[in-house]
Design a protein around this ligand. Structure first.
Ligand code: MN
Length: 242
């Protein structure tokens, strides 16, 4: 059994979600899962691996503990893309690039955070390209902590403001995006988060290719994740909160 989760947006202001995550890890152990994939926006913000508050330290410890029982893979989202090797090493996580492909029983699965699939949100994609530029990232990571904290809160405000202005559909994954990436990586299944609209979608047919798409949910009132049974290749969205 493999589990996929995303968009927990862990933050000290939401201790319930942090607790739910720890329960979830324990449950993964009890259920003897084979591996866990975290597909981005695990943290609400990440200003750098050198800024580890006590609540983050606890998360590191729980991740490292769980890693003795099953491997945990981490792909960054738009909120935590500056998370780096120091955090990953401490928590014993394996970092994955976005996108990443998995193969099971000759089926290829594409894993993505999901922001790249929102192909109609041109202003965001443009911003993403700039901010993810390795040279700029190199500079960003070396700014004084205070500057980085200010920058993070400004970015959050701006993103909240622009989200209010944008039409809801612009911020959703498009068929065009789904087709573009699944065809490019020759995958028939895609699993992603980001949009906070958990769903096992209807099969999308394109050019005689059937594409199965699964969107993960965000955590808060619910804790929706995906379970893949590798024996019968069955996918199930489960609310781990209830
Ligand atoms: Mn996101």
């Amino acid at each position: 059994m493999i589990r996929f989760i995303s968009d927990l947006h862990l933050d000290p202001s939401r201790p319930d979600t942090i607790r739910a995550f720890f329960c979830f890890l324990e449950n993964c152990q009890t259920d003897k899962i084979n591996s866990l994939y975290i597909l981005g926006d695990f943290f609400e913000t990440w200003v750098g691996d050198d800024y580890i508050e006590p609540w983050v330290e606890q998360i590191i410890q729980e991740l490292a503990k769980s890693n003795k029982h099953f491997p945990i893979y981490f792909m960054a989202g738009n909120r935590d893309f500056t998370l780096g090797k120091t955090f990953a090493n401490k928590s014993k996580l394996t970092i994955l690039k976005d996108p990443h492909t998995l193969t099971f029983k000759n089926k290829k699965i594409l894993l993505m955070h999901g922001d790249l699939l929102c192909t109609e949100d041109l202003s965001y994609l443009k911003f993403r390209k700039v901010i993810r530029n390795p040279a700029l990232l190199f500079i960003l990571k070396r700014l004084p902590l205070k500057t980085r904290l200010n920058l993070a809160s400004k970015l959050r405000d701006n993103s909240a403001k622009s989200m209010q202005q944008k039409k809801v559909n612009i911020m959703d994954a498009t068929h065009e995006g789904v087709i573009k990436f699944t065809r490019k990586y020759d995958c028939e299944i895609i699993i992603h988060g980001h949009t906070h609209r958990p769903k096992i979608h209807d099969i999308l047919i394109h050019d005689k290719h059937a594409i199965e798409r699964i969107t993960l949910g965000d955590w808060g009132k619910t804790a929706i994740g995906l379970e893949l049974n590798e024996v019968n290749f069955d996918f199930k969205l489960i609310d781990y909160m209830n």
